[in-house]
Design a protein around this ligand. Sequence first.
Ligand code: ADQ
Length: 410
Amino acid sequence: MAVKVLAIVLAGGEGKRLMPLTADRAKPGVPFGGIYRMIDFVLSNLANGGYLKMVVLTQYKSHSLDRHISKTWRMSTLLGNYVTPVPAQQRLGPRWFAGSADAIYQSLNLINDESPDYVIVFGADHIYRMDPKQMVNDHIASGAAVTVAGIRQPKSMSDQFGVIDVAEDGKRIKAFREKPREVDGLPDAPDEIYASMGNYVFTTRALCEAVTKDAQDPDSKHDMGGNIIPMLVERGEANVYDFRDNEVLGSNERDRGYWRDVGTLDSFYEAHMDLIATEPIFNLYNHDWPIFTNYGSWPPAKFVHGYDDRQGRAIESMISPGVVVSGSLVERSVISPNVRVNSWAHVEGAVLMEGVSVGRRAVVRNAIIDKNVVIPEGAQIGVDLDRDRKLYTVSDNGVVVIGKGQRVEL
Ligand code: ADQ
């Protein structure tokens, strides 16, 4: 009989470090790559891997996320497939989820209803391409209680990740520390650590037992990375799955394995820049592994008024439907649907979200501009960072971020 697998996607994260983009939406609901939302990447990976029973656990400001999921991820119920957003259950009384493990504990009834053999628990706030089937097969073959996906990351980022210490056999996790400040580098790469990707495959019984035991512990933070994984590591029942072993079908070598934690404004910005090069590090044009979404019925993008001293063009950029670039130049940018760029404007190294309007002669450089922001005629963004810092958010690397509903001053 076929192995039964349920996928649980943790989509309740606040994403504080992405403010102002997360001011009124959950992090997995943040628009990404012109036409997508962050959550589309995990859901597409699961769908492409053949896992079509997915529960998405939400809590924080989930309205736009819920709307996106129900608009985009509606599946035919004929085959018993579904993508269901599940808000905080409050099964234990009137309280929010304490942490990601509590979110699963409160949703145990969903696991019982489905009675799967294995449960995939994936986070929703990474941009990546991964075939989850290879990880599930690795987990089944090993007989472990949990398998944690691992990837090498710079040692300087240890306080943002669960750090894995692997036994000699290269599989069993000897020790797991959640976001440690002090950590040794890897023997063969002193500047690197082996980081948890926050993606797990559990044998169902082990998951249910672990979150139930954790729920009784008053000292626990009820966190998957902080409590559940360390519990199973201590029992010697946790294995690692090396992301380097994951192969996704693609038209060229560069299409293999891509993963980025977009927890900060700078990494969010850089992940966009990974998309636009001629040979992009992350190739969305890989038709063997599509990223699914739904962005409405916009007309094709249009480029007009390209004469005299006007440009009317875009280069090294991704331009979504519904966009009009009129007599202006767009370079190294990712432009979402229904954006207008007006005459003599220059947009360079920018991420413009849906409905942004860039006025005549405006300059927008190294910036992320949230939905429907109006850049008035002649405004300059990303030109004088000292001035921008007084008015907007400016990231560590100097990316100017203007949130939804913010007024842009001349
Ligand atoms: P973080 O992402 O910092 O680290 P956490 O804030 O618990 O950990 O978020 C994990 C996932 O769960 C995210 O997708 C988030 O959206 C979601 N989430 C958090 N609380 C939730 C709740 N109450 N209900 C529903 N969803 C919730 C984790 C791991 C690390 C690992 C990094 C990789 O803990 O070990 O290295 O991911 O980025």
